[in-house]
Design a protein around this ligand. Structure first.
Ligand SMILES: [Zn+2]
Length: 441
């Protein structure tokens, strides 16, 4: 599959160091039984180990992930580390992690090298505006509006302080657009659904906002619908940055549109899905962090599905390490066809986004074979729209799919602060979809 020569020798040394240091820690004690040990290749040793889940983190936090020579209490007191809670896209599933700002910043800086625009623009002290849910980052204020100076932090400006963007008023959106003009960010980091909402407003009001030199998407899967709405307003280059609180920056989308691995800071193991569910190019990714002295994440299941780039080459010339053609959305945003095959968010999104005149959507699957599509659209020809939508969904889910379309005025994010575009309302287990075979080169 992915041949070894794609990685520099340091990558294997870092993989080995992370493995051996982790296996000494409490959280991974039971994993030692799976380790092939010395004399085997590091890839083979990794391949037989389990995946680290959020429940494992909860069960062993914090002591199980911190080496003996580090003292959490003194790290917290000195400010070198802090605790950070993630709401996670799994809704109520809250996890606390150890946050090491120095390591995080270094991981981010390394990821910038994977995109030429970011390499050129991101100096580390460049002004950056962030448009995200305040539940995820920044300052929260639902009752009153915070003035600009109360939403500044270092080189950052947080454009939004509201937890439910469906309640943004025209005044708030005018303010955000005005602040882009005042602050003139080099980079705008945005949650794509929120930026799309702002862009729908700007397009309707025929406002041409200040154009940052690069727009970086984080937090959410960027729907094609959202990308189209953003493109009507912004001509700036777009790039997705992929990472998690647990793992730092894992992939960065280059200027040619593919995702490159941040090999200085993490190892990625790819586990293909079964053929009938989209494998072997489609699979889940497990991330091992490098060189974070405070927190050892070994084969952490980041919860996303990714598609391997078929030829593992990129026009940008970054032809080493793992190349992903697309992140396909989170596993919890996967649904099933009427006959039980996995449908990634990307596949659904590609189909729905071909329909004209949609502002937003959310697909829920309450039971096998049943689908409820919540739609926000200004189209008046609802019968035609409904026919188009049902036809598109049947192409994805099968002729037997029973589909209801529900029109909404607007859609609100989940408790996590992120929008859910699709979801099965019954439990799915990733293990049922993974190819059982051991993954190796
Ligand atoms: Zn590239």
């Amino acid at each position: 599959m992915i041949s070894q020569h794609r990685y520099p020798p340091e990558y294997y040394q870092k993989s080995l160091d992370a493995l051996e240091a982790s296996l000494k820690l409490g959280a991974y004690r039971s994993w030692r039984a799976f380790d092939l040990g010395d004399g085997n290749s590091v890839d083979d040793r990794y391949a037989l180990l389990p995946a680290l889940t959020k429940s494992d983190i909860r069960a062993h936090f914090p002591g199980g992930f911190v080496p003996r020579d580090k003292d959490v209490e003194s790290g917290l007191t000195s400010g070198e580390i802090s605790y950070v809670k993630t709401s996670g896209s799994a809704g109520a599933f809250q996890v606390t992690n150890i946050w090491n700002q120095g390591w995080w910043d270094a991981s981010e800086r390394a990821s910038w090298r994977l995109n030429s625009h970011a390499t050129r623009l991101a100096t580390g002290d460049h002004p950056e505006a962030i448009l995200a849910n305040s539940l995820n980052v920044g300052f929260i204020s639902d009752d009153g509006d915070l003035p600009l100076e109360k939403r500044r932090l270092g080189r950052f400006l947080f454009l939004n302080e509201k937890t439910d963007p469906s309640r943004w008023t025209p005044e708030i959106m005018d303010r955000m657009i005005g602040e882009l003009e005042i602050f003139r960010p080099v980079i705008l980091e945005a949650n794509p659904s929120l930026l799309a909402k702002l862009c729908r407003y700007a397009a309707a009001e025929q406002i041409a906002p200040y154009q940052p030199e690069l727009i970086v998407f984080t937090y959410e899967y960027p729907s094609r619908l959202h990308l189209r709405q953003i493109r009507r307003v912004f001509g700036s280059p777009l790039a997705s940055s992929y990472g998690t609180t647990e793992t730092g920056y894992v992939f960065m989308q280059c200027e040619a549109g593919k995702f490159h691995q941040n090999t200085e800071f993490c190892r990625v193991d790819f586990q293909p899905l079964k053929k009938e569910h989209g494998g072997p190019d489609l699979g889940r990714i497990l991330v091992t962090t490098f060189d974070n002295p405070w927190y050892y994440m070994l084969r952490f299941d980041v919860g996303d599905l990714a598609r391997l780039d078929k030829d593992q080459r990129c026009p940008c010339g970054r032809d080493s390490a793992l190349i992903i053609s697309t992140i396909e959305g989170r596993f919890i945003n996967a649904t099933l066809t009427a006959d039980g095959r996995l449908v990634t968010l990307r596949r659904l999104d590609d189909a729905i986004s071909t329909i004209d005149g949609l502002d937003e959507y959310r697909l829920e699957q309450p039971a096998p074979g049943l689908y409820q599509l919540h739609l926000v659209s200004r189209r008046q020809d609802r019968d035609t729209l409904e026919r188009e939508v049902k036809q598109k969904l049947r192409e994805v889910y099968g002729k037997a799919a029973e589909i209801n379309v529900i029109y909404e005025e607007s859609l609100s994010p989940e408790d996590s602060g992120k929008y859910s575009l699709a979801k099965a309302l019954f439990p799915l287990k990733i293990e049922d979809y993974l190819d059982g075979g051991v993954v190796s080169d």
